[in-house]
Design a protein. Structure first.
Lengths: 515, 139
């Protein structure tokens, strides 16, 4: 065979392999509003950057006549490329080939690209669109999942791992995304569950749609499994591209520095945003925008536990992670979900050298039997653990209320924040004036002729004496009381001198966080 | 459709100073005006467990019923067997008592929390003392 003939043979083989499940299957995929696996990779990666490997891998099924079937690429596309110039390893399950089902060689392709990502120290993006385990391959399909989970865990904290759910992701398959750093979902397309509606119908006799059981909204609002929600696949890819500008390639690097841009202070004026009445709610996201570069805040977990706000922004060109109580929702309390959400974000930032900025304004932990019984002690402890363990620069600004356990948890000096600033409006005390006065002056109030009046008087006294930043400042728990408009300057300076922060580390294998 | 950023800002500020936030959250004797999440509104309200009512803790199919109305049972007596999660699960009495109602039949598919039996305790005093520990759900 001449070279030309061999090359043309290669082209023929390639053409067959890249055609995926064929015209009919592609039509079906399009009919439900989904892009094909290949289109997705091309839409996500920089133009002409995608390089595919293992195109000619064939499946290893022997039983149930599987050996007579040809599954192009065994239902998954793997390769490398760039996103906004960042190198990435990527895989996309191809639903048009045997429903994107996961067999042994399918899993092998995925684990191979995962191993490569870890070796090369570059981020991994996995696009999930699969019916689940390929039942015909039996226990080998389970083995495949296990190998993927193991690698997700090994790579955790070394390279950023991103899961994109663009189709069903059911049964064991859900645990790979759950082990990765960020999960992206798209409305009406993403579906995640351990047991699907059919099993629930058979076992329970309960009717529920896929969407209501594990759709994009469920996972971004109720379960918190998904960090980013989009209305379309294209919007989802734009979100991923944006995320990549904020995070480093691996845990030995820092995120790329951008040009410093001042916040849009005409639009986001702290004095306009921040209410003078200390009990009035406001949107803390606007405060973040008033502080960060170009007023550009990229929120993570926007729909889940909105009583705490977490996300990325830049200060002086460098990426920072913001964690802020949101007085607009549930008065900004810490509860199970918000503790979980914040703790996870803190650990991501710490693993990938992103300094943390905490904005504090919370009345405390949320009371309630449901919270106590669901384990608010165990879950609430996660935020303490995450902040205490974090070794990146930790900066805290107390805007208003910082009461009780909430004060400690929100990166206080006691959890080894590097700098704690407080606005003059800060109220730092063991508990709120109403609660404290009722306990301290209980006898006085109860024995008074007019208890209501005495109560009010005592609350007022307590407020004046303790609901301010100066008591804490007198003990050195606050490094500086600052005017709100000084905030950005203080943060810029604190970050610039924390660039070489180094802490002695105790010898240990790992800690035992309150999982 | 996305609003240009200059309009978006105005909209944000309006939302922020929105007096339509009419919900309150009471904490430490103070009612904070704030938005509530659907998850908070739909939260499970606590009810102390009634030991007289035996409920199914897992969904499945009733394989066999071992008692009938009027039977006296001891704590730990097997009341029925539920075929669920690839196992034959024994459902036992929590307390000594008399079966007053059987609500299910063999072969019946049951969901989680289905009421299976009613048992009147032999020693009622225990129930009264456990009720005193009921916690308040108001916050």
């Amino acid at each position: 065979m001449s070279l030309t003939r061999k090359t043309s043979d290669l082209k023929k083989r390639t053409k067959t392999a890249v055609s995926g499940g064929g015209i009919e299957a592609v039509k079906k995929q399009k009919a439900v509003g989904k892009m094909t696996a290949r289109e997705r990779i091309l839409a996500l990666l920089d133009a002409n950057s995608f390089h595919e490997y293992d195109l000619f891998v064939e499946h290893a099924g022997k039983d149930f006549d599987m050996d007579k079937k040809y599954l192009p690429g065994d239902g998954v596309i793997t390769g490398t490329g760039t996103i906004g110039g960042y190198p990435v390893c990527v895989y996309a399950q191809d639903f048009t080939v045997a429903g994107g089902s996961l067999g042994w060689m399918h899993a092998k392709k995925i684990t191979k690209i995962m191993d490569l990502a870890l070796k090369l120290n570059v981020p991994l993006v996995g696009i999930n669109d699969s019916g689940g385990a390929r039942i015909q391959e039996g226990v080998n399909a389970l083995a495949g999942y296990g190998e993927i989970f193991f690698r997700n865990t090994t790579a955790s904290g070394i390279i950023p791992q991103i899961s994109v759910i663009l189709g069903p992701c059911a049964g064991g398959a859900v645990y790979s995304p759950a082990l990765t750093d960020f999960v992206f979902v798209v409305n009406k397309i993403s579906k995640m569950f351990i047991t699907g509606p059919e099993v629930i119908k058979t076992v329970l006799g309960e009717d529920i749609s896929m969407e209501d059981l594990g759709g994009a909204k469920v996972h971004s609002e109720i379960t918190g499994n998904a960090h980013f929600y989009a209305e379309s696949e294209q919007e989802c890819f734009d979100q991923i591209k944006q995320l990549f500008t904020y995070i480093p390639w691996n845990n030995k690097q820092k995120a790329i520095r951008f040009q410093t841009k001042a916040p849009l202070t005409k639009q986001y004026k702290i004095e306009d945003i921040f209410p003078s009445n200390p009990k009035q709610p406001y949107d803390v996201k606007l405060i973040i925008k008033a502080i960060c570069d170009d007023s550009n805040f990229f929120e993570v977990h926007e729909r889940f536990a909105p009583n705490i706000v977490v996300g990325f922004a830049r200060i002086d060109g460098n990426t920072v992670g913001f964690v802020a109580n949101q007085p607009l929702v549930l008065a900004g309390v810490l509860d199970i979900d918000s503790s979980d959400k914040a703790a996870r974000f803190i650990r991501f930032c710490d693993a990938f050298n992103i300094p943390l900025i905490t904005l504090v304004d919370l009345p405390g932990y949320l009371p309630g039997v449901d919270q106590e019984h669901a384990g608010v002690i165990r879950h609430g402890a996660k935020i303490l653990y995450a902040y205490s363990e974090a070794t990146v620069p930790k900066l805290t600004v107390i805007l208003r209320k910082a009461y009780g356990g909430g004060y400690i948890a929100m990166c206080s000096h006691h959890l080894k924040a590097d700098f704690v600033f407080a606005w003059p409006t800060a109220e730092i005390a063991v508990m709120g004036p109403e609660g404290a006065a009722n306990i301290i002056f209980r006898n006085e109030i109860n024995s008074a002729e007019n208890p209501e009046e005495v109560r009010k008087q005592k609350i007022k006294e307590y407020k004046e004496k303790f609901a301010n930043p100066y008591v804490a400042a007198a003990y050195g728990y606050i490094d500086a009381v600052i005017a709100p408009e000084q905030t950005r300057d203080m943060l810029v300076h604190a970050l610039s001198i924390s660039g070489h922060k180094a802490l002695p580390a105790y010898q240990k294998k790992h800690g035992i966080p309150p999982f | 459709m996305k609003l240009p950023s200059r309009y978006k800002h105005k909209r944000e500020l309006q939302a922020d100073n929105d007096d339509s936030i009419t919900n309150f959250l009471a904490l430490e004797g103070y009612a904070y005006r704030t938005k509530l999440t659907p998850k908070f509104v739909n939260r499970h309200i606590y009810e102390p467990e009634n030991l007289n009512i035996i409920r199914s803790k897992i969904p499945g199919v009733i394989k066999k019923i071992a008692v009938s109305v009027g039977n006296e049972v001891k704590r730990g007596t097997v009341l029925c067997i539920v075929d669920a999660m690839k196992m034959h699960n024994e459902i036992c009495a929590f307390q000594d008592g008399i079966i007053t109602d059987v609500y299910v039949k063999p072969g019946q598919t049951i969901t989680k929390e289905t009421v299976l039996f009613n048992i009147i305790a032999v020693n009622d005093e225990q129930n009264i003392s456990s009720d005193n520990n009921q916690a308040s759900v108001d916050i």
